[in-house]
Design a protein around this ligand. Structure first.
Ligand code: ATP
Ligand code: MG
Length: 238
């Protein structure tokens, strides 16, 4: 078994909550309502993974499976500049695969291993993990199939993380409305498939002026708790 490494989020508050950052060989799920900062954090993690080891980076390439077409190279450039990184070199190391439906998404995750033979990928992002599954498998009758496919997909991701000693970061949009929130089996609260496979789960809520509250939920060994992060032009900070 390879030594577990930790990837900085850009916020020392959030890093501390996580015991140093996102761990390799496990899945970290960021969940929260629209605009809660999930995609912004994914961009920041991608930039951070390319950073040198001395700066808590992995000096590695990144694979992003983008299901909602929300990857923005311009945002990577902004964040790279803020870290004194060469924007073009940073972008070159971030490989984006657009997933057109849930089947394609599953396929891309399976093919990630092929990419890892060509590039040194130590961060695999799926943003969003759940959007295609939600829109394709609607109604009670398709629920079991949806959860089964999602479960298998997550195990593929975890396997990649284990083999390549990579961080796996995924996003999951949830409604801020408690009635919808608790009624939805894809929501991490209340024990469901996404929740069971994700080792670290972080719930994001909006607060004032670019601030977000991040809460760590059900960690295998870290205490529950919450902290504040900020989304700025430069990226994710305290
Ligand atoms: P969804 O569930 O819809 O995918 P999300 O959780 O991925 O939402 P993000 O797209 O990460 O949400 O967050 C968008 C928010 O991030 C914006 O509303 C804005 O507050 C903030 N944001 C985005 N870009 C910048 C920037 N360049 N500078 C400051 N804040 C920004
Ligand atoms: Mg998003």
């Amino acid at each position: 078994r390879k030594e577990i490494k930790k990837l900085t989020t850009g916020s020392s508050n959030l890093d501390n909550l996580l015991g140093g950052g996102l761990e390799t060989q496990s899945i970290t799920e960021f969940f929260g309502e629209f605009g809660s900062g999930k995609t912004q954090i994914m961009h920041q993690l991608a930039v951070n993974a390319t950073m040198p080891v001395e700066k808590n980076g992995f000096d590695s390439d990144v694979l992003i499976i983008d299901t909602e077409n929300t990857f923005r190279p311009e945002r990577i450039i902004q964040m790279a500049r803020a870290k004194d990184l060469d924007p073009d070199q940073t972008l070159e190391r971030i490989h984006v695969a657009r997933a057109y439906n849930s089947h394609h998404q599953i396929l891309l995750a399976e093919k990630a291993a092929d990419m890892a033979r060509e590039y040194r990928i130590r961060l695999l992002i799926v943003d969003s993990l759940t959007s295609h599954f939600r829109s394709e498998y609607v109604g009670r009758g398709s629920l079991a199939e949806r959860q089964q496919l999602l479960n298998r997909h997550m195990h593929d991701l975890l396997k990649f993380g284990t083999i390549y000693n990579a961080v796996i970061a995924v996003t999951n949009q949830v409604s801020a409305n408690p009635a919808v929130f608790f009624g939805d089996p894809m929501n991490p609260i209340g024990g469901n498939i996404v929740g069971h496979t994700a080792t670290f789960r972080i719930y994001l809520r909006k607060a004032k002026a670019g601030k977000r509250i991040a809460r760590l939920i059900d960690s295998p060994y870290l205490p529950e708790g919450e902290t504040v992060i900020t989304i700025t032009e430069s990226g994710i900070t305290d």
